[in-house]
Design a protein. Structure first.
Length: 501
């Protein structure tokens, strides 16, 4: 989809008519593609200026911005700097504090100190200092897989999807009703089938007639359009909530909407904000589980159920399914409980909106229930996964020998665990007779003896880290402590090794 502010519709006659790109807009699409290709190696700010020039000559600036939005998703912007600006800035600020910058001369001296620290010239340092700002990022790569005609097709599909985002009800006729209904079910949309003189109509009902207003169904309608337009004959009539005014949107196979051969750029990933929020927060955790979106269907009697997520254990073939029960009517809850009752030999975790009052019913069906209000607490889910994990670790420990002798002189515990298909926790009780454990790394004593000969007090930290990296040790703090050294910091000059007292 496009951003809402890029939606181009006409409201003539009280309707809601998307303004599709036509054949006459092909030259403009070609110019936008050429603008991106011609700015490879230049900053985003320069590219934006060029697009602004195009907007001035275009019949509608939103059309240029719409084309550009789709192309930008295929572009790769990178920070162009010899040193990571986030690493660079603290050193510059430290130098400024040390010098006590007030005058331009003092500013230059602080910059020179910081530049010397990174072996850079002052102009190079100044250029790198804020190179990670969005407008200064550089367009490194733009692989445009579409012709101008294909860009028009992608734009028109995205425009129609965006127009459907505010739909509250959609009435659909399709030459392939079986595929349509299958897609409606997969998207968890509420529907019914009406018989009319013209044939059967699939009515996908929006939320406002049932409970509180929401945009969840709008995203579902947009996704459903991709399936619908693949039918040879189809038509759609949607009721749109246009900022409080009800309007009618009509689309059909006569409109220039088609699904490009490539995968969609604007695919919606989640059916609710609760799911999206959970996935985003779970992804920030360092757990032993991979989160999978919409895993394979599970058989529940004569029907199938597609859970919202699955958790795959990283070190064994074990899966826990996860369903979030939130935006549902009481009738739909009963239907879901019936499906859960028919699941066998499946580990299922269900987060239940407290307002549904279905926790006890879920527990009675031998599934774990986690109540939530507003958002699903990550800790509650992680606690349950750790219970499973404890059992899995215990099972994997029984498969390991009491002692292990890795061939490498230096190897991390993570690599040892990975080579045996277990977690790091599983090898905590294993004895390593010819290696010494240094932090989370196993090191043969001969390597430690060689390091002791190469390092000495007064050596710079950077030099010491290079020596350690040469033998494969990345945990410098643990290794230096084992060798009897501490690090003494000397401002912008970096760290120096001192003997531990």
């Amino acid at each position: 989809m496009l951003r809402k502010e890029l939606l181009r519709v006409s409201r003539a006659g009280g309707g809601y008519h998307p303004q599709f790109a036509r054949r006459e807009h092909r030259p403009l699409a070609a110019r936008v593609i050429g603008t991106f290709q011609g700015h490879a190696g230049e900053t985003r700010e320069t590219l934006e200026d060029a697009l602004a020039d195009l907007e001035a000559d275009a019949p509608d600036f939103k059309l240029v911005r719409g084309f550009a939005t789709l192309l930008e998703r295929e572009a790769a912007f990178e920070t162009d700097a010899p040193v990571d600006p986030e690493r660079l800035r603290p050193r510059v600020f430290e130098a400024a504090e040390t010098v006590g910058v007030v005058t331009e001369t003092e500013r230059e001296r602080a910059l020179e100190q910081a530049a010397d620290r990174f072996d850079l010239s002052v102009p190079t340092l100044e250029g790198a200092l804020y190179a990670d700002l969005e407008e200064r990022q550089v367009l490194r790569e733009i692989d445009v897989p579409w012709t101008p005609d294909e860009l028009l097709a992608r734009y028109n599909l995205s425009l129609a999807q965006t127009a459907l985002f505010d739909a509250t009800e959609v009435r659909i006729r399709s030459g392939d009703p079986k595929t349509l209904v299958s897609a409606v079910k997969r998207l968890r949309l509420m529907y019914e089938i009406e018989r009319t003189d013209e044939g059967r109509v699939v009515v996908v009902t929006g939320p406002t007639t049932l409970f509180r207003a929401t945009r969840r169904y709008g995203t579902g309608f947009a996704r459903l359009l991709r399936t619908l337009v693949n039918a040879r004959e189809w038509s759609l009539e949607a009721t749109i909530d246009d900022r409080g005014t009800e309007r009618t949107l009509s689309l059909s196979d006569d409109d220039p909407i088609r699904v490009p051969d490539a995968e969609p750029i604007a695919e919606v990933s989640f059916d609710s904000d609760v799911e999206a929020d959970f996935a985003a927060r779970f992804g920030g955790l360092d757990l032993e589980w991979e989160l999978r979106r919409e895993p394979e269907p599970l058989a529940t009697g004569t029907r199938v159920m597609i859970p919202d997520f699955a958790f795959d254990y990283r070190h064994a073939d074990f899966r826990v399914y996860f369903e979030i029960m939130g935006f549902w009517t009481p009738e739909y809850v009963e239907k879901k409980l019936a499906q859960l009752a028919e699941l066998e030999d499946v580990d299922m975790l269900v987060a239940v909106d407290e307002s549904l009052g279905a926790g006890e019913a879920i527990e009675a069906r031998d599934h774990r229930a986690i109540p939530y209000r507003g958002t699903v607490r990550i800790k509650d889910v992680a606690d349950v996964l750790r219970e499973y994990e404890a059992d899995l670790v215990e099972a994997s420990v029984s498969t390991l020998p009491a002692e292990l002798v890795p061939e490498a002189d230096v190897i991390t515990l993570a690599d040892v665990a990975g080579s045996h298909g277990v977690s790091e926790d599983a090898i905590e009780s294993v004895h390593f007779p010819v290696h010494e454990r240094v932090g989370r790394t196993l090191v043969r004593p001969a390597v430690l003896e060689r390091l002791a000969d190469e390092l000495e007090a007064g050596c710079s930290l950077s030099a010491a880290e290079s020596v350690l990296e040469n033998v494969g040790i990345e945990e410098s703090s643990a290794a230096l402590s084992r060798l009897g050294y501490r690090v003494e910091w000397e401002g912008l000059g970096g760290g120096v090794l001192r003997e531990r007292s």
